[in-house]
Design a protein around this ligand. Structure first.
Ligand code: SF4
Length: 242
């Protein structure tokens, strides 16, 4: 059973994050739900910036699921190579496009079950599509959301599906999509994996890891200040007088 205190603290944290990132939205460039799906598949283990450098060429040559469904593996590989894991990603892009044509009449499905039945589409990707392309509610658990949820103290889980469930329980449904966006931006700009800027973080008093680091920082700082009464008095005499 989750405490009211935890829910209140989570709500307060999200309130601050919303103020910090009022324009938080998906950073992947797209002009249709299918394009967003392609971009999200390409974003696995790759930055959104890199994906946005690749997709204009991809969508110029293959603007729809119909065109990509008939594409040659080698041709797509050349375009998406720089996003990493390009062979698997290419197979997913082509197979997913073929399935959309053959199983879904050329229309992107809108349920998590149908979306995850497409090759290369896991729950994270499906939630991006539901939340961003269709205006639905989905908690996206990517590497940033996973790291921050643990640091802040919202979850102890490591499995993204379990984290998603805990976040869904902790936050009201209409906050799910924005929660993902704001956490992703906070993870990119303040709470980076290697060196989180806890001292400057506006949610540091609500974050488990932040409180721990701030306390450690303060006690380290205090240790350096030697109380006056314990300072050894140096007797100045002829020998040590400068
Ligand atoms: S206080 Fe530190 S660990 Fe917590 S969210 Fe902020 S930067 Fe991340």
């Amino acid at each position: 059973m989750m405490s009211h205190k935890k829910k209140d603290s989570a709500a307060e944290t999200l309130k601050i994050l919303k103020v910090m990132y009022p324009d938080a939205e998906c950073a992947l460039t797209h002009s249709s739900p299918w394009q967003l799906l392609c971009a999200t598949i390409l974003s696995a283990q790759c930055t959104d910036v890199r994906v946005n450098m690749v997709t204009p060429n991809l969508f110029a040559a293959y603007p729809t699921a119909e065109s990509l469904a008939c594409a040659q593996q080698e041709d797509i590989e050349k375009i998406v190579q720089s996003t990493g894991f390009f062979r698997q990603k290419t197979k997913s892009l082509i197979s997913m496009s073929q399935d959309i044509i053959s199983r879904f009449n050329g229309e992107l499905p809108q349920t998590i079950e149908e979306l995850t039945s497409l090759r290369g589409v896991g729950r994270k990707t499906a939630n991006v599509i539901i939340g961003v392309a269709f205006g639905g509610d989905g908690v996206v658990v990517d590497t940033h959301v996973k790291r921050l949820s643990k640091r802040i103290g919202w979850t102890k889980q490591t499995d993204p599906v379990k984290i998603e469930q805990e976040l869904m329980y902790l936050f009201p449904r209409n906050d799910w999509t924005l929660l993902g966006h704001t956490l992703i931006w906070h993870g990119r700009t303040v709470c980076m994996a290697r060196s989180p800027k806890c001292m400057k973080c506006p949610i540091n008093n609500l974050c488990k890891e932040g409180i721990k680091r701030m306390t450690a920082y303060e006690s380290a700082a205090n240790e350096k200040i030697i109380p006056l009464e314990s300072v050894d008095r140096i007797k100045l005499d002829d020998h040590n007088c400068l």
